[in-house]
Design a protein around this ligand. Structure first.
Ligand code: ADP
Length: 152
């Protein structure tokens, strides 16, 4: 069976934390779809177009990686893409509590789709897009926290 994973998130912006999870997942799957979820409740600080372009710039030549955006339920998007796996990163117990509930709800919605969690190394577990956006809004330098291919 072709193993396709959807890695859903806001990626606003894409960070070395996201990159680390994807790099760890590349050997595990045949295809990884990085899926930018459009969430009307979340602040769209960066446009969809720029988020898609950044991710393409980080993975220009990897045939396993594609980028898309979607609206609606992640499990419905997975169905449309014939993906059986949802990939998520875990930084700490706070992520775990939140992610466990979402994964169990998704299991109830579609028990053919399995959520796979990968744990981030401790040296990047403090990195979050929310904090990076705050640093940017206040004129700070975030270059250490985002892949070198991305120029914010
Ligand atoms: P969401 O808005 O869905 O939380 P994010 O873009 O913040 O989307 O995160 C997407 C995924 O990447 C989530 O699984 C999140 O836990 C993971 N992630 C974010 N930052 C890191 C990090 N520093 N290390 C590991 N995983 C991370």
């Amino acid at each position: 069976m072709n193993k396709t994973a959807v890695f859903p998130g806001s990626f606003s912006p894409f960070t070395i934390g996201h990159q680390c999870i994807i790099d760890k997942a590349i050997p595990l799957f045949d295809k990884i779809i990085i899926a930018i979820g459009i969430n009307s409740k979340k602040n769209q600080y960066f446009s969809i177009e720029e988020r898609i372009q950044w991710i393409k710039d980080v993975y220009p030549n990897n045939p396993k990686i594609t980028v898309q955006f979607y609206e609606g339920l992640t499990v419905d998007f997975c169905n449309r893409q014939n993906a059986n796996f949802i990939l998520r990163g875990l930084r700490d117990s706070h992520d775990f509590k939140f992610e466990k509930n979402i994964a169990q709800m998704n299991q109830k919605l579609n028990n053919e789709i399995e959520t796979i969690f990968l744990i981030t190394p401790p040296e990047i577990s403090h990195i979050s897009s929310t904090i990076i956006r705050d640093i940017i809004k206040n004129g700070g330098d975030v270059s250490k926290f985002i892949p070198k291919q991305i120029n914010l």
